[in-house]
Write a new protein. Structure first.
Ligand SMILES: *Cc1c(COP(=O)(O)O)cnc(C)c1O
Length: 361
């Protein structure tokens, strides 16, 4: 069978080694004669898996003790509601940094709970698309928190700097960038990420929250979105998605085996550099984003002649290069090259792009 590379933005590729291991375990977990999918989340076996996943995640991201790690459901969109419900306190407003599709969705959802301020940071001068750097963000004094999205999955825009604001609560939607590089957790108060981009299968959402923020939920907060409630119950207030949790744990072990986040960062840098270099060297493909805001995870590009889009996608998938179509909101192409995408996948894509350009350019 030919090798297939999946450039989907999410659910996205999972490392092959992890899939093989899960397959081996699927019916008969460590010679127990049962599947991990058919045992209680309260069993000793599963609790060990859950604890180990948390331990490995803490090690990878160097999460300090004063942060809690929660495993929840509801995806990142669930967090669009959970964040205001848990963090507004008596405040009536919060700052939403608007850098693209997903940060705007978070802003729209927050309007149900308060009067959020949308702070537009996207600019379009010199024909290059870029984002205002953090020291230019116009933060409001009375906002309860700042919400931002470091990697706009659909727009291919990334904020590489880390936010540092004195005495402000910083919330980051890390769904498509978590675990792609080391970060300093102490620069944040709350980080959330749904799993299906850079971790594992859909169904689980990871929350890293400063412990002193747990107790501020409004009393209409659904219990399953209440950080304090989730934390008190060790992320098992309701039945967690056990299989996603288990598989995410395998991905954490895989990451450790790759050498941790410093090594993964090097690999991600290399993959995205190669692809952008290809795009920039050609008059056939284009990406208009300023270098400083280009995403390493989601590389968007257009064919100068959009009439060729359909045939590009068709020929690519014939060669096993799948799901390169850009999100409907922006069109064009998007190659999502998360941690699990091997270098060979990116090389194959580049090779195909050159071939296609020669054929149709
Ligand atoms: C995919 C994505 C979301 C939505 O995630 P769901 O799990 O579908 O709710 C939100 N934010 C970002 C940055 C994403 O990439």
């Amino acid at each position: 069978m030919n090798v297939v590379y999946n450039f989907s933005a999410g659910p996205a590729m999972i490392p092959k080694d992890v899939l093989y291991e899960a397959q081996k375990d699927l019916r008969n977990w460590k010679k127990s004669n049962f599947s991990i999918m058919e045992i209680s989340h309260r069993s000793e076996t599963f609790i060990q898996i859950a604890l180990e996943a948390e331990r490995d995640l803490r090690e990878l991201l160097k999460i300090p003790d004063w942060f809690k790690v929660l495993f929840c459901q509801g995806g990142a969109r669930g967090q669009f509601s959970a964040v205001p419900m848990n963090l507004l306190g008596n405040s009536k407003t919060a700052d939403y940094i608007n850098s693209g599709y997903w940060s705007n969705c978070a802003f729209i959802e927050a309007k149900k709970y308060c009067t959020p301020k949308s702070i537009l940071i996207r600019k379009n001068d010199d024909k290059k698309e870029s984002l205002l750097s953090i020291n230019q963000w116009k933060i409001n004094k009375n906002s309860a928190y700042i919400h931002y999205c470091p990697n706009e999955t659909i727009d291919g825009l990334c904020i590489h700097e880390e936010p540092v604001f004195e005495k402000k609560i910083i919330v980051g939607d890390f769904s498509s960038v978590i675990l792609s590089r080391p970060i300093n957790i102490n620069n944040y108060d709350l980080i959330y990420a749904s799993a299906q981009k850079n971790i594992g299968p859909a169904g689980i959402t990871i929350i890293i929250i400063r412990e002193n923020l747990l107790k501020h939920s409004s009393n209409i907060t659904p219990s399953i979105l209440d950080y304090q409630k989730i934390s008190e119950n060790n992320s098992m207030f309701n039945t967690p998605p056990t299989f996603s949790w288990y598989l995410s744990g395998l991905v954490f072990k895989w990451l450790k085996k790759q050498g941790g986040l410093k090594e993964i960062e090097k690999s991600n840098q290399k993959k995205s550099d190669l692809l952008y270099k290809k795009i920039d060297a050609s008059d056939f493909y284009i990406n208009n984003i300023d270098n400083k805001n280009r995403s390493q995870m989601n590389v968007v590009f257009n064919l100068i002649n959009p009439k060729l889009n359909a045939i590009f996608l068709k020929e690519a998938s014939k060669l096993g290069l799948n799901y390169l179509r850009g999100h409907a909101a922006v069109g064009g192409m998007r190659a999502s090259i998360y941690n699990a995408m091997p270098l060979e996948g990116v090389r194959s894509l580049i090779e195909f792009m050159s071939y296609f350009e020669n054929q149709y350019g």
